[in-house]
Design a protein around this ligand. Structure first.
Ligand code: PDD
Length: 278
């Protein structure tokens, strides 16, 4: 595969970064994952806007303009054969002698790759996925898409080892999000999702879900969801750029609702499928 590193397109094996890169030493950087359908980025503007927000949050200057980002990303997608891909991009504070303080004049490192989109197993949509709840052990700025994913990785691994596809995270008795996804519940036909704050990533797929729900005239509230409400939900779903929207039918070994993917999820995933094919 061809990747982009600091201004150059090159074969993945030849892309090398310094051991002094602050991404490597401090996890000092931010990232985006952008879905690509039929060779075109889905919701690129939203992803670039969130990238800017994350960069501002950690005080790294954006090394490229939005036009430069989109041209480079499109070039990479084309060089990798188009079709359905997932673009991963990251910006770190750059290479500097190890010091917690920001370097005076480091150049941000930019790395971008695009790989074929991992297909979502049919069974996940037909039967739903299994989730477990775990304490949210992450830091207090989960609204920044930082590359520092140790807590997320530990949580997702723990879920996997218990046969679950995602961990739903609980903080002070309420739901925040998944280890790598946003979360929703449905009760009596109404959708609820935690509001945007420092505890959750402002998901781009979440924005799409909210838009689709509004267009479909389905009532939706962005508000706190208690652990009790989560366990009492008629439907639970997760969303992300790589997993679209998936219904959760088993939570902590108990069926969610009637144990089948629910009608509200069904309606929205149909709309989502149409949208991504436009
Ligand atoms: N993760 N919350 C967290 C903690 C995430 O890591 C992600 C996505 C989301 C969903 O955001 P979006 O809809 O913009 O993808 C929510 C990506 C896919 C990843 O880390 O691979």
């Amino acid at each position: 595969a061809t990747v982009y590193l600091n201004g150059e397109y090159l074969p993945a094996e030849q892309a090398k970064v310094s051991v002094f890169d602050r991404g490597f030493l401090f996890g000092d950087g931010v990232y985006e994952v952008i879905p690509v359908y039929q060779g075109h980025c889905f919701e690129l503007e939203g992803h670039l806007a969130r990238l800017q927000r994350s960069l501002d949050g950690v005080r790294i200057n954006n090394p490229l303009t939005d036009v430069e980002w989109s041209e480079m990303i499109q070039t990479l997608i084309d060089r990798n054969g188009g079709g359905d891909q997932a673009v991963y991009l990251q910006v770190t504070r750059g290479v500097a002698p190890r010091d917690h303080l920001f370097p005076a004049n480091a150049t941000p490192s930019v790395f971008v790759m695009s790989n074929p989109m991992q297909p979502i197993p049919d069974a996940f949509k037909a039967q739903g996925i299994k989730c477990i709840t775990l304490p949210d052990i992450r830091w207090q700025r989960c609204d920044i898409k930082a590359i520092t994913l140790l807590a997320n990785s530990l949580l997702k691994q723990q879920a996997h080892e218990q046969g679950a596809q995602e961990a739903l995270l609980i903080k002070d008795g309420h739901l925040t999000e998944g280890a790598a996804s946003n979360a929703y519940i449905v009760k009596n036909g109404v959708i609820y999702t935690p509001e945007k704050n420092a505890e959750v990533l402002p998901g781009i797929t979440r924005d799409v879900v909210l838009r689709l729900a509004e267009q479909a005239g389905i009532e939706l509230h962005q508000q706190m969801i208690t652990e009790a409400e989560l366990h009492d939900a008629d439907e639970i779903w997760i969303s992300s750029s790589t997993r679209e929207m998936l219904p959760v039918t088993l939570l902590d070994d108990h069926p969610v609702g009637n144990g089948q993917p629910g009608p509200v999820w069904q309606r929205l995933i149909t709309l989502y499928q149409h949208l991504k094919q436009e």
